[in-house]
Structure formats: C-alpha cells, structure tokens
Ligand binder design. Structure first.
Ligand SMILES: [Zn+2]
Length: 228
C-alpha cells in the first residue's frame, strides 16, 4: 500500500523477503514487529468509533504505477475516526488480498489511504470476493492504463463510495505499510464485510497484476479489535 512508488517487487531477488535489504530506509520490512498484512484469527470485540466516511463523489486521476492501479483524490474527501480527521489520498488494489481471514485469502483487496495532519495513516481495507459485479470497479478496470505511465484523468463516474459494503463494521490493529519502506505508522481498519466484483473484472486486473500481495506477517501478540 504505497503512498509513493516503491522499489521492491513480488518475486525473485527483489521479492518481499528481500525488501529489508534493498535500502537502509526499508529496515522495518525485515526487523519491524508491527508489520502488515496479517492473518486475522482471534479478535477482541470492542466499542470502536463508527467510521464516518465523507468522500467526494469521484476520483481525480488514475495511474498504473508499475506496482498496482491507483486512483488519486483531490482535497476535500475525509474520514473521521473518533475525533481525528483524516484526508483521503488514494485507493489502490492488491491481488490476491493481502490480509487473510482465518487463513484464507480473497481474490482482491482495496486500500483506501488516509493521512492526518500529524502524518499518521489510516487505511480502510476492503476485501473483494467474486460474485455480482460492482459497476464502479468495472469502470476502473475498463479505464485503467494497460502500461506503467503517468496519471491520467479518471472517469468521473467512478464513485469511491460504491466500493464500500453497506455495513462499515471493521477490524482494527496497529500495523505498517505493506510495501517498502514498511513504516509502522498505520491504523488498519479492515472492513469485516467484503464487497463483490465480477470474476471477469478480477481476471482483467490479473492480466496486469497477477500477484502484488505481500505475504502475511507475524502478529507478535498484537490484538485485533473488532467493532461491535
Ligand atoms: Zn496496499
């Protein structure tokens, strides 16, 4: 889940097991104790604040950055987590999902990256199962640049809210970026309800990015909270 492009890849000598060696700045990738993603098994039911999503109705630009497809947002889209305000920066996609639930992957996962004024990140993760189509994702697939290159104007019909399930209950745990430099600055907010997208749209994404998911990391006794 890169706010910026990263140098690692997902296979061979630059693969996830080597990210920590690529650059001194990536050290957390190999020695960090709060790394992401994780396999979510035992959870602790908690009174967590409701996610107050107040995003705009469309994205600004879409880009194929060589690691994923990403949509960038203009100023004005926010998320309130309790009384902390975060700005929505971008959403991008992984195949298969990075987080696992009880040892199982989903076909894809979307990461909505938000940042607060202090520099902390809150990432809303949306698991993506195959089933009936989500038209907003269909539009992303139809308009995504086939090759790595500069950002271009996004289709105005891509409403990010349409990529959310109705129910915004979530798992919360402290973690990291899932790409170099793997910084441990992320409040992970993984929605418990997956959305559905068509198998054809997943296959189209997979033609560009068949595998861009970091393997699950040790939880190191972190608690995963689950909203009631
Ligand atoms: Zn991500």
């Amino acid at each position: 889940m890169p706010p910026k492009a990263h140098t690692g890849s997902y296979d061979g000598t630059g693969g996830p097991g080597k990210w920590g060696d690529l650059d001194a700045a990536n050290k957390a990738c190999s020695v960090g104790l709060q790394q992401s993603p994780i396999d979510i098994e035992a959870t602790v039911k908690s009174q967590l604040p409701a996610l107050k999503v107040n995003w705009g109705k469309s994205a600004d630009t879409i880009v194929n950055n060589g690691h994923t497809i990403q949509l960038n947002f203009a100023e004005g889209s926010t998320l309130m987590l309790g009384d902390v305000k975060y700005k929505l920066l971008q959403v991008h996609f992984h195949r298969p999902s990075e987080h696992m639930i009880g040892g199982k992957n989903f076909p894809m996962e979307a990461h909505f990256i938000h940042r607060n004024d202090a520099g902390g990140l809150a990432v809303v993760g949306v698991l993506m199962a195959e089933g009936r189509p989500t038209p907003a994702f269909g539009k992303i697939v139809k308009t995504m640049p086939a090759a790595e290159g500069p950002a271009v104007k996004a289709d105005a019909g891509i409403d990010p809210h349409a990529m959310l399930p109705t129910k915004l209950s979530y798992f919360r745990y402290p973690g990291s970026l899932t790409t170099p430099p793997c910084s441990e600055v992320v409040e992970w907010l993984l929605l418990t309800t997956p959305i559905h997208v068509s198998a054809a749209d997943v296959a189209a994404f997979a033609k560009l990015y068949p595998m861009n998911a970091r393997p699950v990391q040790k939880d190191n006794r972190r608690y995963v909270l689950k909203s009631i």
